[in-house]
Design a protein around this ligand. Structure first.
Ligand code: ADP
Length: 440
């Protein structure tokens, strides 16, 4: 079977295997049916010979006392185009040999063969390339050997085998064509997957992947592949943007700080201006330190460093955050439905809620509700909301919807990493603004 392994096309492999199986099974059906048909027809022949012999024997047994003398007449009475007979004496000597109606010559059977027939009184034999069936009837002092041509039976079997052969060829052609069509349909999706993978390998990520409506396993696999490629493309695009975003977000404050310090050192600023400039420089270092903190926090969370969980009083955590954020001139309404403690790392839980509050402040300009439902901590704002098509991606690293606000697209991915590390679930609801839920 080495040659089979060497076939590189899966299509060809399957079709070869399938055709092989169809031919084998059809061949098996053909051989077994011909065998049984042959057996049935031969048995039918024996019965027929018996039925022909019976009246002749009965008649001559009544009519004559010495059947050896009636041998020729008995043979003549039974002879037809397909039947003839031989009469042997009780000690096996040939008395008379008949010939078929369409032949002048008597059937060529010698004494030895005929004596073997006496030992096995029913059977078949071949003579001059033609098949015959015989039965031996013992009647008083003679053996009446009735012989029938199997020519017609062989013809029927030959016709049957011919029909089966044609049918086999038809079934093989039909099955190969149908399996080829089915395979083509299924394997087209594999071909598409290969082509798409090659395109991605070559660096082309903007590929339009067609939809598959097929409900079979290949269809499911194709759709899973499509989703994976779309997600991968998205990640690649996001990472490309990240380089640009990070360099912009880091370069701008660094250039500003560097320039201002240079101006101070070269004496561009008057002494009374320096304090104000340093305050602005300080603000920029704050921005830089926030970005660095976010990146480090994410790296730490994703490297699975163990966290230290304790009982965290949810309400006091929310109160603390409300106080911290109220300094920013925004009204934060507390909506607490129950007093509760969560088992969590207080430092990370605070960062998660803080990030949600920062986003609410950044992306809306009205009041913000900070609440606890008994199951979920939530942050609700009344801002513009998030477009539906962006929602599946907002928790991805560096994914940003609105570019008009400062940010790196890390805030929500940190919230997601914190939720995951605690086994908390995360939900977002866009309805008259945006509400994020962290649920235990
Ligand atoms: P960013 O640094 O851009 O704020 P985040 O990961 O915190 O990154 O948020 C990802 C994106 O989700 C943001 O770019 C923003 O468009 C959107 N988003 C997050 N929170 C809100 C919100 N409360 N209202 C509207 N959009 C939001």
């Amino acid at each position: 079977m080495l040659w089979f392994k060497d076939i590189s096309s899966f299509r060809l492999k399957l079709i070869t295997l399938f055709s092989f199986l169809v031919i084998i099974s059809m061949g098996f059906v053909a051989i077994s049916t011909s065998f049984f048909l042959h057996k049935i027809l031969i048995n039918y022949m024996y019965t027929y010979l018996n039925n022909q012999a019976k009246p002749v024997i009965e008649f001559y047994s009544i009519y004559s006392n010495d059947l050896t003398k009636e041998a020729k007449d008995m043979i003549d009475d039974i002879t037809s185009e397909n039947i003839t007979a031989v009469v042997l004496s009780s000690n096996g000597n040939i008395i008379s040999v008949g010939s078929f109606e369409d032949s002048e010559k008597p059937i060529a059977l010698n004494k030895n063969i005929l004596n073997q027939f006496l030992k096995k009184p029913i059977g078949t034999f071949e003579e001059n390339g033609e098949d015959y069936a015989y039965i031996v009837k013992k009647t008083r002092d003679v053996y009446f050997v009735v012989i029938g041509r199997l020519r017609e039976i062989n013809k029927v079997i030959k016709r049957f085998v011919y029909i089966l052969l044609t049918l086999t060829i038809g079934v093989v052609i039909f099955s190969v064509l149908s399996i080829y069509a089915i395979l083509n349909k299924i394997l087209k999706q594999l071909d598409d997957i290969t082509k798409i993978s090659e395109e991605i390998y070559a660096g082309n990520i903007d590929i339009n992947i067609p939809d598959s409506s097929s409900k079979d396993e290949f269809g499911i696999m194709f759709r899973a592949f499509k989703n994976m490629v779309e997600k991968l493309n998205n990640t690649i695009k996001i990472q490309k943007n990240f380089i640009a975003d990070v360099s912009h977000e880091f370069k701008t404050p660094i250039s500003y700080i560097k320039a201002q310090i240079e101006f101070i050192l070269t004496g561009v600023y008057q002494e009374d201006e320096i304090f104000d400039v340093l305050r602005k420089v300080y603000k920029q270092t704050d921005v830089l330190s926030k970005f660095t903190e976010d990146l480090l926090a994410l790296a730490r969370l994703e490297s699975n460093i163990p966290i230290s969980k304790t009982n965290v009083d949810v309400v006091s955590l929310l109160n603390q955050l409300k106080d911290e954020f109220s300094i920013q001139n925004r009204n934060i309404i507390l909506d607490v439905k129950s007093q509760d403690t969560w088992i969590a790392d207080p430092h990370y839980l605070k960062i998660a809620v803080k990030n949600l509050l920062e986003n609410a402040i950044k992306y809306s300009d009205k009041d913000i509700v900070l609440g606890y439902t008994g199951d979920c901590i939530y942050v609700k704002d009344f801002g513009p909301g998030i477009p539906k098509e962006d929602i599946p991606f907002i928790f991805d690293r560096f994914y940003r919807v609105s570019k008009d606000k400062r940010g790196l697209g890390l805030g929500l991915s940190i919230v997601k990493a914190i939720a995951q590390i605690h086994n908390f679930s995360l939900k977002v609801e866009v309805k008259e603004g945006t509400t994020f839920y962290i649920c235990k």
